[in-house]
Design a protein around this ligand. Structure first.
Ligand code: UT7
Length: 333
């Protein structure tokens, strides 16, 4: 899918933040029946970061990632017009983006949350570029942040080995249409399979005998890992191929494949299906596990910090997860 474009859009800075506490496979093997060997060979994960400090929340991670992105380019937060927080684990069901707006001092920005689980950052990137390419806004801050450790069933070995907490941010700016970097995208949802991965509503008790209603809360993460695995390996290559085809870009022109960091075997299977060499596949799963909406911006920020990505490189980014929702966005760096 391409859009009507009056202006171009490009990422001008990135930042990321992780909690200081590491949780190794070995430590998890002390609470559920698993082993470092099982986790590493089935997922590629060695350790993950978890938010342990009671005084810290997703807001602190998101603010730290955002400030790093702002500081790298010495941008005043007042210049930001829009903040999109992609998260499924906000501090507040009404949204956490406004707290970030306040804490970084982006007084001129409107801020809202976007819930699309592990595809959240890709959809935030698409949404931001729409506002920029139509000329509505000049500077947009997008953040992918999740603290799924708060929503993990720590007695369920099929899920508690996977997730970690983190935040990643990117600042996008409008530019001349000839310098456009966000080339195109392809997004999909199949809600028939939403039950394969959810943090479902939990019916609570009656608040008062005279009131015929109940108050709720949420359950922990429930996942049919096998089905999500099959869905990702089948659908994501198709989305990438469709997106590249619509842009007249061949797979051989792809310099970097940046997939949602869910499982090393999923990354390899998708790359194999596309005949993309493993040297082009960005992966940091071993250190952080699956950080949901944060996984793509965290990996992108790390690659940029290591100066691995060069000007004009074609980066294919694809997210997939709960919804089930999946999608691709193609950037020319
Ligand atoms: O970001 C959202 C997207 N989420 C995903 O992408 C997750 C996709 N799915 C996966 O990554 C994989 O399905 C898992 C890593 C979750 C599981 O790997 P798997 O190779 O699909 O394992 P499985 O579910 O087929 O289980 C194989 C065996 C089972 O035992 P039996 O029935 O063969 O005796 C499980 O009970 O492994 C067992 N098992 C474990 N054993 C040790 C499941 N979890 C564990 C564990 N440690 N942590």
């Amino acid at each position: 899918m391409t859009s009507i474009m009056f202006k171009g859009a490009k990422i001008i800075s990135t930042g990321s933040a992780i909690p200081s506490t590491k949780l190794s496979n070995h430590e998890i093997s002390e609470i559920v029946q698993t082993s470092d060997e099982w986790i590493f060979t089935r997922t590629g994960i060695k350790e993950r970061r978890v938010l342990q400090n009671l005084d810290q929340s997703i807001i602190d991670l998101a603010v730290a990632a955002s400030n790093k992105a702002l500081n790298k380019i010495s941008m005043d937060a007042n210049e930001i017009d829009l903040i999109i927080l992609a998260t499924s684990s906000p501090d507040d069901l009404f949204g956490s983006a406004s707290k970030i707006q306040s804490k970084i001092g982006a007084t001129n920005a409107v801020a809202f949350d976007l819930t699309a689980a592990c595809s959240g950052f890709v959809i935030a990137l698409v949404t931001a570029s729409q506002f920029l390419q139509t000329g509505s806004y000049r500077n947009v801050l997008i953040i992918g942040a999740d603290v799924l450790s708060k929503w993990t069933d720590w007695s369920d070995r099929s899920t508690c080995i996977l997730f970690g907490d983190a935040a990643g941010a990117a600042i996008l700016q409008s530019c001349d249409v000839n310098n456009n970097s966000v080339l195109g995208f392809q997004l999909n949802t199949n809600g028939n399979y939403s039950n394969h991965l959810s943090i479902a509503y939990k019916q609570g008790s009656y608040p008062h005998p005279k009131l015929n209603l109940y108050q709720g809360s949420f359950k922990y993460i429930a996942m049919n890992g096998k089905e999500v695995y099959k869905f990702a390996v089948f659908q994501v290559p198709l989305s990438i191929l469709n997106c590249l085809k619509s842009l007249n870009i061949s797979v051989t022109e792809v310099d970097w494949l940046l997939l949602h960091q869910a499982n090393e075997r999923i990354l390899s299977a998708i790359a194999d299906k596309l005949s993309i060499d493993s040297s082009k596949v960005i992966s940091n799963l071993d250190k952080y596990g699956n950080t949901s909406a944060a996984s793509i911006p965290l990996a992108l920020d790390e690659e940029l910090e290591q100066s691995k990505i060069s000007t004009n490189d074609i980066i294919v980014i694809a997210g997939f997860g709960a919804g089930l929702t999946w999608g691709t966005i193609v950037l020319r760096w």
